[in-house]
Design a protein around this ligand. Structure first.
Ligand code: ATP
Length: 198
């Protein structure tokens, strides 16, 4: 098994690169998606969040009220740490479970937006960082429905490209077209993946 850690700032193109790698045969483990699954109604994760922050975190239908939770942790770093202490171990455990279920010769891509922020680089054989010009990212996020202010605030709250670069084995530049990105993914696959997996 080859374990690839894929990261990049918000709107850099992680999901797009994941899809390109999946087309080439990789198994994708998506940390954002798992982070939603581990707090679905009926999970121990949701029970733990309610235990820590109260029933005010529940919407009328019993699901997690993300806006209420965001309001609590946004202004309170200690609360954010407590939440991360609940959710991150659950995400790691579920990710490991999904990776373990893949075939022994699989290429497993872990799409982890906060790979650098959570200090997980050493968990992977290869760390791939996707970058794009901040203005290009902002434009793509606005097209996806965010306001420009929100896009900039989210970018500023994350690690910098320099911090991500420091742990990168491979940097993919997604400031250009999808075709240019696909070409870089092909090169990465030929140079770094195929020689290992045959
Ligand atoms: P997030 O951090 O929000 O999960 P992400 O890093 O996974 O984002 P994507 O969702 O892959 O990024 O890309 C962000 C947006 O930009 C998407 O709407 C995607 O379709 C678009 N996009 C990605 N790459 C390109 C490109 N090279 N040219 C044009 N649009 C692109």
């Amino acid at each position: 098994m080859l374990r690839i850690g894929l990261t990049g700032g918000i709107g850099s193109g992680k999901s797009t690169v994941s899809a390109l790698l999946a087309e080439r045969g990789a198994v994708v483990v998506d940390a954002d998606r798992i982070a939603r699954e581990v707090v679905e109604p009926g999970t121990p994760g949701l029970a733990a969040v309610v235990g820590a922050f109260g029933t005010g975190m529940l919407a009328a239908d019993g699901s997690l009220d993300r806006a209420a939770l965001a309001a609590v942790v946004f202004a309170d770093p200690e609360a954010r740490q407590r939440l991360d202490g609940i959710v991150h171990p659950l995400v790691r455990a579920r990710s490991a479970e999904l990776a373990a279920a893949a075939p022994a010769d699989a290429v497993v891509v872990h799409d982890v937006p906060l790979l650098v922020e959570t200090g997980q680089a050493s968990s992977y054989d290869v760390v791939v960082v996707v970058e794009a010009d901040p203005a290009v990212r902002e434009g793509r996020l606005v097209q996806r429905g965010l306001t420009a202010e929100d896009a900039r605030a989210r970018m500023a709250a994350q690690a910098s490209d320099e911090q991500r670069r420091a742990v990168a084995d491979v940097v993919l530049d997604n400031s250009g077209t999808l075709e240019q990105l696909a070409g870089q993914v092909d090169r990465f696959w030929a140079e770094r993946v195929a020689p290992v997996t045959g």
